[in-house]
Design a binder for this molecule. Structure first.
Ligand code: FES
Length: 644
């Protein structure tokens, strides 16, 4: 029997593509090896449904329990399967089902702009010198072209000139009356161009998030933002959260390169897209600041992430890094300076440092906190006297992964839920509902707690339904897997089946929200700061923008502070990257701050387990019986083990 089988993939337009794969490999592996981008948000663990395919022909391994749980009997009977679970045993034909939710995925870029920070002094470190160079003459033979260029520049200019720049010099100084523009960064020459190009001086700031990549093109002379770009991080087809991404690339340099190429291609496309939008040349982009969490930072640089994903989760490098764009390689001027902000420790990465810069939390007299709610959440707390930080990995539940009808925040996602005798859902784009995103999940649990549909320990309380209106009572259904609650009936649903909230979904939300809640609580304990002394809690990052703060406090995702003390500060990571782009003072400041911040490793902290279990509860008081079941759920998830 041949060791190979042929999988014929059919795309949406009906085009076929036969691919050879090893017998016994998964359909997902076969697709990825052939460059077919089937998304695998849960990292091929059978816990989401993003890798759903329809098998049109051929024999496959029997459906797994994950197929049945994620897709249900009906879909499995209709030959839908999870590509990550299907083992290839014979030739077959399959059609990837693009996740419908991708349409109009909300990406949060900019928000506030750096120029609103009146204290920011623009000094990007990139200077254009327009000079007239005289080539060596008969009177002065003991010199060279490069020395003549250097003689026109300020004393102290670095004499080491990159070889590609040296190659351009002879012809440039002998045309156009020797008028050239020499560009320097931090005293070193990075480019020479003919004539006066001093009007064109640009840079880009990028935030590489686990979920999305956003960037801005900026004028380095004025600080003006010229263009914004962004998309879903294309690496997400290999896993939605950071640990899945690490697991994919661990011990496998080729897979690391696959992830790296995805990020670099996206960023290079963004450089071009932004320059085209703004009508400028990419050759005039001289500085690019990149921030991202430790995993994204390392993958961007092609650094092995194997040990980043293993206790004690130490990064390979933590300092400020500057390297020429051609060494990455990134588009822009060939010697454009690509600058990465420092890492604090563990998963508290360069993106957090950018948030620290942007919020100026390090200057506060009073204690403030900044919280980035995401698959890999981070919390920083402190004032000018002391700063502490931790990583609070919430996992991908807020992205809709591991939730039965979960989806990202895109058109058709339920984002708000109200109770008015019955359930009322608002969707993104006012489209027919096709699933529920993180903010909808938080909202629904908040209103269901009020209505006592869910109790403090997170259990759907079917037995109390007699207290509810008939419309609400009729939404409870018993299934072999337990009780479920119908959010949208089949006739109102855009997916031709009811949209439900399951007991397992609520558990996933509890684990995710407790990661953030207990991160904040842990730092409060370390700093000895009760709620009364926490003067501001700043939410940053894409997700924080879309949640209802009231609902987040109600479900104990956020501590119980007066709502006016909880503010939303936009994409602070991108804003911090912009500050480091426009100001060398800010870029260098990030290193001092990174070394000043005390990193609290949650996983090894003796009180963390207890705080985490308490954080899973929806109310401040927990009964012993509830504690046991919550502790079991916490143990079974890996979230408590990866807080580093
Ligand atoms: S279920 Fe296959 S990747 Fe998540």
């Amino acid at each position: 029997m041949s060791e190979k089988v042929t999988v014929t993939f059919i795309d949406e337009s009906g085009k076929t593509r036969p691919v050879e794969a090893a017998r016994g490999a998964t359909l997902l592996d076969a697709a990825h090896a052939a460059g077919i981008g089937i998304e695998a948000t849960c990292g091929a663990r059978g816990r989401c449904r993003t890798c759903r395919v329809k098998v049109l022909k051929g024999e496959l391994s029997p459906p797994t329990i994950q197929d049945l749980v994620q897709l249900g009997d009906e879909e499995v009977r209709e030959h839908f399967r999870l590509a990550c679970q299907v083992k290839l045993i014979a030739d077959c034909t399959a059609q990837p089902m693009p996740p419908r939710e991708e349409a109009g995925h909300k990406i949060l870029s900019g928000g506030k702009t750096v120029t609103e920070d009146s204290r920011l002094e623009i000094d990007s470190g990139v200077i254009k010198h327009v000079v007239r160079v005289n080539p060596p003459s008969d009177e002065n033979l003991q010199t060279s072209d490069v020395e003549e260029v250097l003689s026109t520049l300020p004393v102290g200019t670095d004499r080491r000139v990159p070889i590609e720049v040296t190659r351009k010099i002879p012809s440039l100084i002998r045309t156009n009356k020797g008028v050239v523009t020499v560009t320097t960064f931090a005293g070193g020459i990075i480019d020479v161009e003919p004539g006066d190009t001093s009007a064109h001086l640009y840079g880009m700031a990028f935030d590489i998030g686990t979920t999305s990549i956003v960037g801005t093109l900026m004028d380095l002379k004025t600080g003006e933002q010229l263009a914004e770009v962004g998309s879903v991080n294309p690496q997400s087809i290999y896993g939605g959260d950071l640990m899945s991404r690490i697991a994919f690339a661990q011990f496998d340099p080729k897979k690391l390169q696959t992830l790296r190429a995805k990020a670099l291609n996206a960023i290079n496309d963004f450089v071009e897209e932004a320059c085209t939008k703004a009508g400028v040349s990419a050759n005039h982009v001289y500085k690019i600041v990149v921030v991202g969490n430790t995993c994204m930072h390392h993958i961007f640089l092609g650094i092995d992430v194997t040990h980043v994903g293993l206790a004690p989760y130490a990064p390979v490098a933590r300092d400020l890094i500057v390297l020429p764009s051609k060494d990455v390689p990134l588009k822009g001027a060939p010697n454009a300076q690509v600058c990465l902000l420092p890492i604090v420790a563990g998963f508290v990465g360069a993106d957090t440092m950018a948030c620290v810069l942007a919020t100026r939390i390090y200057e506060s007299e009073q204690v403030r906190s900044l919280v980035d709610i995401g698959t890999n959440g981070e919390v920083v707390m402190g004032s000018k006297h002391r700063l502490v930080a931790c990583s609070a990995p919430a996992g991908p539940a807020f992205e809709g992964a591991q939730i039965r009808n979960g989806m990202r925040g895109a058109v058709g996602a339920i984002e708000r839920v109200h109770l008015n005798g019955d359930v009322e859902c608002e969707t993104i784009g006012d489209a027919p509902p096709i699933g529920i995103c993180g903010s909808g999940l938080i909202d629904s649990c908040a209103v269901f707690i009020d209505a006592r549909i869910i109790d403090a320990s997170g259990r759907l309380r079917r037995e109390r339904r007699e207290l509810l209106t008939k419309a609400l009572r009729d939404r409870f259904v018993d299934t072999p897997d337990g009780c479920e609650f119908i959010l949208v009936h089949k006739d109102r649903s855009g997916r031709n089946e009811p949209i439900v909230l399951t007991q397992a979904d609520i558990r996933q939300l509890q684990l995710a929200k407790s990661a953030i809640f207990s991160g904040v609580a842990m730092l409060q304990q370390v700093m000895n700061v009760p709620n009364a002394d926490l003067t501001e809690l700043m939410l940053c990052g894409g997700f924080g923008n879309y949640i209802s703060i009231e609902s987040a406090v109600k479900i104990r995702l956020l501590p119980e502070l007066p709502l006016e003390r909880i503010t939303y500060v936009g994409n602070a990571a991108l804003m911090g990257a912009q500050m480091a782009l426009l100001s060398e003072v800010e870029r260098r400041r990030s290193l001092d701050l990174a070394r000043q911040i005390e990193h609290v490793a949650l996983a090894t902290h003796p009180q963390f387990q207890e705080i985490f279990v308490d954080g899973m509860n929806f109310s401040g008081t927990t009964f012993d019986a509830e504690k046991k079941s919550l502790a079991k759920a916490a143990r079974e998830s890996k979230l408590t083990a990866t807080g580093s």
